[in-house]
Design a protein around this ligand. Structure first.
Ligand SMILES: NC(=O)c1ccc[n+]([C@@H]2O[C@H](COP(=O)([O-])OP(=O)(O)OC[C@H]3O[C@@H](n4cnc5c(N)ncnc54)[C@H](OP(=O)(O)O)[C@@H]3O)[C@@H](O)[C@H]2O)c1
Length: 275
């Protein structure tokens, strides 16, 4: 079973989950069912992924097979392409909740879209949803230190999680340190650099030395940094492999060698660039 992290709102969340971006709707129920059977207890979804109903179907199958729903963390995210308003958030949350059908535990803002300047009011709407008891925990994604500072200054409420791109090429050390000071969990998206970082010779060497796969070495690194990660795979054997990271530990020297692999290269968009 994956280790749990305690959020500053008192709830617990598995450090390792699995993500559903680019999982085709026709595959999503099977992938979710396989992930939960492999031992995952966090499913990372979003309105954008277009597979929330199918993910919900996979969760329902797992519940029918004996899963305790309370042991699972189900996430979703507000996209807000059309409008970044309170009403748009409430509508989007209702739609995601109805699609998933088994409740949402952690709701996040997908991107701050800083050029629109409306993310503080979007955050205030998430705070409202939490105060109404509609959602257990609230967080953000792709927020920089400046965006986080602004929402906390304006609402007094600190997100429990900031889900950001992070892998050995983009370790995000400064942002992680800021999160630590404010009790925010760093949850890495594209934790394997969309598979490209698996080809890194430095990663491959460390993996070989420990007798593990490059994906396992990278995921161990995420956990030893004290963060969370949500690798994606549609293959049951890889879902199992990505969760099997407790049988070894990276040394301080290994951690330093991985830190030296930083290039700053991103797999996705910079948070200030998405409008
Ligand atoms: N908040 C955001 O803005 C944001 C943005 C991007 C992603 N995300 C979240 O983060 C999740 C993961 O990110 P991601 O999908 O971009 O990248 P990722 O998890 O770093 O990489 C996924 C790729 O790695 C392959 N892979 C997975 N495990 C492997 C293994 N053990 N060995 C070899 N290859 C392996 C997968 O292929 P197969 O599927 O063929 O195994 C897939 O091509 C998403 O699903 C989503 O939930 C969030």
């Amino acid at each position: 079973m994956p280790e749990n992290l305690t959020l500053h709102d008192g709830h617990r969340m598995p450090a390792l989950g699995f993500g559903l971006y680019k999982v085709a709707p026709a595959e999503a129920a099977d992938v979710v069912e396989a992930g939960i059977a492999a031992g995952y207890r966090l499913v990372d979804g979003a309105e954008l992924y277009g597979n929330e109903a199918e993910a919900g179907e996979g969760i329902r199958r797992a519940i029918d097979a004996g899963l305790d729903r309370a042991a699972l963390t189900v996430t979703s995210k507000f996209w807000g392409e059309e409008a970044q308003t309170r009403d748009a958030v409430l509508r989007a949350f209702d739609a995601s909740e109805a699609a998933v059908g088994v409740g949402i535990d952690l709701y996040m803002i997908h991107w701050p879209r800083p050029a629109r300047g409306q993310y503080p009011q979007v955050w205030a709407a998430l705070v409202e949803l939490q105060r109404q008891g509609r959602v257990r925990s609230i967080g953000v994604s792709n927020f920089t230190e400046a965006h986080l500072t602004r929402i906390v200054d304006e609402t007094g409420v600190v997100p429990v999680v900031n889900q950001v791109e992070s892998h050995p090429w983009l370790p995000q050390h400064e942002l992680r340190a800021f999160h630590e000071r404010h009790g925010i969990v760093t949850q890495a998206w594209s934790p394997l650099g969309r598979a490209r970082v698996l080809e890194d010779a430095g990663v491959a060497e460390i993996a070989r030395e420990h007798g593990v796969s490059p994906a396992q070495a990278i995921l161990r690194w995420h956990l030893q940094l004290g963060g969370a990660a949500i690798p994606k795979s549609t293959r049951p054997e890889r879902l199992r492999e990505n969760l099997d990271v407790d049988g070894f530990a990276l040394t301080e020297a290994d951690m330093a060698r991985i830190a030296a692999l930083e290039t700053g290269e991103r797999a996705g968009t910079h948070p200030d660039e998405r409008q």
